[in-house]
Write a protein of this length. Structure first.
Length: 132
């Protein structure tokens, strides 16, 4: 489990918390580094079960970035369990290498999607479009 806070703990920019649920540590590191420079606090879990534990420890983020294919608990099961526990309080953005990322997003009623490999600027625009 990682708890990644922006440089110096500053909450410049949007000052929102994002939960990245992704099993590839390189993607997590790159996303956290980029999003923290944009003023976000980033927490991450390597699978859905770990992400649920993080929610129990740290509370609700403003947005969840969710990989679909992960060990232990995949994105489909995570979204089902998350919604059973918390409803639709937090938008979910699917991150997937699937040929049809929009279909994956529809399968879990996600607020948005980003195909992998992704452009970080595009990811940032999706995140900003969903800010509450």
């Amino acid at each position: 489990m990682r708890d990644l806070v922006g440089a110096g703990g500053l909450m410049a920019g949007p000052g929102k918390t994002l939960l990245v649920v992704e099993d590839d540590p390189d993607i997590v590191y790159a996303l956290a580094a980029f999003l923290e420079t944009e003023g976000y606090t980033v927490r991450s879990g390597m699978n859905g079960l770990e992400a649920l534990d993080i929610l129990g420890l740290h509370g609700m983020p403003n947005l969840i970035l969710l990989d679909m294919k992960m060990p232990v608990m995949d994105g489909w099961k995570f979204s089902e369990e998350f919604r059973a526990r918390y409803g639709n309080r937090v938008p979910i953005v699917v991150m997937t290498a699937a040929g049809d990322p929009a279909k994956r997003a529809r399968e879990i009623d996600a607020a948005g999607w980003v195909g992998k490999p992704f452009d970080v600027e595009h990811l940032l625009s999706v995140v900003r479009s969903l800010e509450l």
